[in-house]
Ligand binder design. Structure first.
Ligand code: PMP
Length: 311
């Protein structure tokens, strides 16, 4: 591991302790930034860091950047190379969280526009363990906060400003003694968790809110849909879902880069199914955990293999 962690800012690698922005930064005041959360999964067995679906994360970052008129001088391939260089230099031999952020870097306040406002890109890597501390199924609460509608702020990409709502919801749930919040749309239908997409199992069929239900177009969600259909022959229905359907489901689980695949055992103090992780969540989780550490040869194309200290 390098003695001091490095970050990427202003087009180059610099020590993390020197990677700073000014108090007048547009993004700091207005949330005019778009970010990603990517996981690097360390395999002791292979001595490699496997970064999960890096290309898909950067494609989503660039879609968000285009909405915010953030013109980065980097292609997806450039961003992958920048990430490889930083991960290898920092040299962690444990799971990491990789955080790219494209932001309006201009030192400009009292300026409510996106055009003619300078942008930059920064990247950091930090050691990362479990996101939700719970070995089994988690306890969730339906949030009193609603997911913003796409008519209010674009919801399919990770815009920084959008996250205030999720943070309010998560804070409310955790301070009330729950592990996570389930957030509804303005009309009371189900959207997602605060940092995860949601699936429900009923009679062996998977159901998940659709693209037009204001949820993030999650990369783990897409992987789980693909595995469910291709590997287990399961039917997956993307549709609008009522809140009370979750109470009656056989299984509910959440998917996301940070949370992986996490079963929900209880919602609003009502048990879901047996209250434990159900069989479908379990088999999808088993396969997913094998894939992310490079143990499934069929899905190596989902991973970028990196070597601490350089390859
Ligand atoms: N919804 C929200 C609001 C999120 O922040 C995340 C995490 N990125 C997800 C869903 C899951 O998306 P992904 O699987 O791409 O991490």
């Amino acid at each position: 591991m390098s003695p001091e962690p490095y970050a990427f800012l202003g087009g180059k690698q610099i020590p993390l302790s020197e990677a700073k922005v000014g108090v007048m930064t547009h993004a700091l005041h207005y949330g005019t930034a778009v970010f990603e959360g990517v996981r690097g999964n360390w395999s002791e067995k292979h001595g490699k860091m496997y970064v999960f679906r890096l290309r898909e994360h950067y494609e989503r970052l660039l879609r968000g950047s285009s909405i915010l008129k953030i013109d980065l001088p980097y292609s997806v391939d450039d961003l992958i190379q920048i990430t490889r260089d930083l991960v290898e230099r920092n040299g962690y031999r444990q799971d990491v969280y990789i955080r790219p952020l494209a932001f309006k870097s201009a030192q400009l306040v009292a300026n409510l526009k996106l055009h003619e406002v300078e942008s930059d890109f920064t990247l950091m890597v930090q050691p990362f363990g479990a996101y939700i501390e719970n070995d089994g199924a988690i306890r969730c609460q339906t949030s009193s906060w609603r997911r913003p509608d796409d008519t209010m702020i674009p919801t399919g990409v990770k815009l920084s400003g959008l996250y205030t709502t999720g943070i309010l919801a998560k804070t409310e749930a955790v301070m009330a003694g729950f592990d996570e919040a389930i957030v509804l749309n303005h009309d009371g239908t189900v959207s997602e968790g605060t940092g995860e997409n949601l699936f429900m199992v009923r009679d062996g069929v998977l159901h998940t809110p659709s693209e037009t239900d204001n949820c993030l177009l999650g990369i783990t969600r897409a992987c789980v849909i693909e595995l469910a259909q291709k590997e287990f022959g399961l039917q997956v229905v993307e549709r609008r879902m009522h809140r009370s359907e979750l109470y009656l489901a056989d299984e509910v689980f959440l998917t996301g880069t940070a949370a992986h695949l996490t079963a929900v055992g209880e919602l609003d103090n009502r048990k879901i199914g047996t209250g434990e992780m159900g069989p479908i969540a379990q088999k999808l989780q088993d396969m997913y955990f094998d894939i992310v550490v490079g143990n499934n040869p069929k899905y190596m194309h989902w991973l970028d293999e990196m070597t601490p200290g350089g390859g």
